[in-house]
Design a protein around this ligand. Structure first.
Ligand SMILES: O=P(O)(O)OC[C@H]1O[C@H](OP(=O)(O)OP(=O)(O)O)[C@H](O)[C@@H]1O
Ligand code: HPA
Length: 177
């Protein structure tokens, strides 16, 4: 597969896997004293697919898991600012939700979904991101669990795409655009 020019590996697959094991352990500890029946893990499709699968398997907790399709970038490198939620999430009524996404970039996607979940009556939403462009979003939303803080570069691989391509690369690559 031809990679975009000026791209390089930011995190290789082994580094990603090891970090996910660490996050999974922190999540396990957090929920250790909770009623597992009250918790639902909700991951944001499509980008979080690989992260959510790996995290869920590593957590090894008997909780429900589902995805919701949310999109705001399309083929662009910038958020359109219009976060579209394609699945009905009105039936997510768990008391506690663990919201999982591949990346916290501007924070708009997560903020929109959190507001919707809260308006459904979900009491607690904990967030878990593999990547956080913290310098860019100026800490507008503090993740409860996160993998790596990254600089303001466009990244792809391990679920993250450029216009629908490269999601299935095992490494996370960065790209100067
Ligand atoms: O913090 P933000 O600036 O809102 O960006 C983060 C969101 O952007 C990407 O989704 P995208 O809209 O590209 O859809 P996709 O997951 O299907 O690629 C990514 O998967 C996150 O969900
Ligand atoms: O850097 C990114 N890469 C891929 N998808 C994204 N969605 C928001 N930011 C990014």
């Amino acid at each position: 597969m031809k990679l975009p020019p000026n791209s390089s590996v930011l995190f290789d697959s082994q580094t990603i896997r090891s970090r996910i094991l660490e996050i999974a352990e922190k999540v396990r500890q957090y929920y250790a004293s909770c009623d597992l029946g009250e918790i639902e893990m909700v991951w944001i499709a499509e980008g979080a697919r690989h992260f959510a699968d790996a995290l869920f398997n590593a957590m090894n907790l008997s909780i429900k898991m589902r995805s919701i399709k949310v999109s705001s970038y399309g083929k662009s490198f910038e958020s359109s600012g219009d976060v579209k939620i394609y699945d009905s999430i009105n039936d997510i009524k768990a008391r506690r939700v663990l919201l999982v996404d591949d990346i916290l970039d501007t924070g708009l996607t997560a903020k929109t979904v959190i507001a919707k979940l809260k308006s459904n009556g979900v009491e607690e939403v904990k967030t878990c991101f593999l990547l956080n462009k913290a310098e860019k979003n100026k800490g507008c939303l503090k993740p409860d669990f996160e993998g790596f803080e990254i600089p303001d570069k466009y990244v792809f691989g391990f679920g993250l795409d450029i216009a629908g391509e490269y999601r299935d690369l095992p490494d996370i690559m960065a790209f100067d655009y």
